[in-house]
Design a binder for this molecule. Sequence first.
Ligand SMILES: [Zn+2]
Ligand SMILES: [Zn+2]
Length: 367
Amino acid sequence: MCVQASCAQFWMLSTPHGLFPVPLGMALTYDPAFLAPAATPAHRKSVPYAVVPPAPSGAQTGEAEDGGQAGSRTLWKGWVCTECGRANCRYRWERWECRACGNRLLDAGAVVPSLGLPRRLDVLGEADDCSPGVRMTVHRLASTPATVVAYTLPRAGTVYHVLHDTAAAADAIWEAYQRAAADVPAAPLFERRELKSNTVKGGLLSQQFAINSGASYKYIVETLSYTFAESPPSVMDALELIRERVASVLGARVDFNEILSVMYREGQKMNWHDDSEPGLGPVVAALSLGSPATMSFRPKAARKPNAKASGASSKEPSLRRPLPVLNFALSHGDVVIMSGRAIQHMYDHKVVPLGLRVAATARVIQG
Ligand SMILES: [Zn+2]
Ligand SMILES: [Zn+2]
């Protein structure tokens, strides 16, 4: 056996049949000098590669590796402070900021104009499908030219997908949202908040950048809350557009008193969740802006009431995740209305955007 790494016999037993690895548990006699503690050799003391990642591309110069896309994935990576060396998450939409020394790195992300956004070609996209249990009806809306696809989730309520003939109103709101987010105000508008997690020690940030306006909403993360008066105009324009669309689809005005605006950069998504919380009204409506996204619904997993008491394997039921019963493609300017409180109790939904996207979700919260 040899202890020189470059030797063919390194940690191998020499036998009449050739070299063999030392079997596990084989008793070996060690040279006491080999076992004595020794300092790390000088040439091994430093890590042979850079442990500090390069500064995020796209900052200041605006030249990201993907051509400076404002929603680019590299733009939500962290940053090692050039002043003090602290590693920082990307907390804020408009810049990197060091939590230790306050050093900043501006993001030169440009506003993505509405003109370049992909437009819907067909009313029903290829991603759209629903299980046989979900009844689908389509009708035209005369007041604001639009096609409404209504999906009835059994015993829960109806999901309306409102597809407008023109996205002119949405175009202006989309650009205004980006300008509001890129603005560098004294207090952050769009921020990634800490998740309420009991499985991770230390802070774990939500993927998306969010701002809550109106009545405070618990969500799964602590979101900054602003009054309607303090909120950027884009938020109020989105709320008004949602109110109008809901009134024309449901035939009755809903006085939403809360709106959550979430900005997604490339690669960010909203995983399975429901929108319920105490005091939530029966109608939840959301406006989609920017990149297309896929929205899906699936029944909540049935909980076995006495799984533990009967000694049954607790793993078994939770492993069988229900499959989605409804998927549809959201385009820029679309509005989704979830009508029926039971939807939030019986179903989870998720949204997977294809790139930079803003979703504004309005609710009624009774205090
Ligand atoms: Zn610093
Ligand atoms: Zn939701």
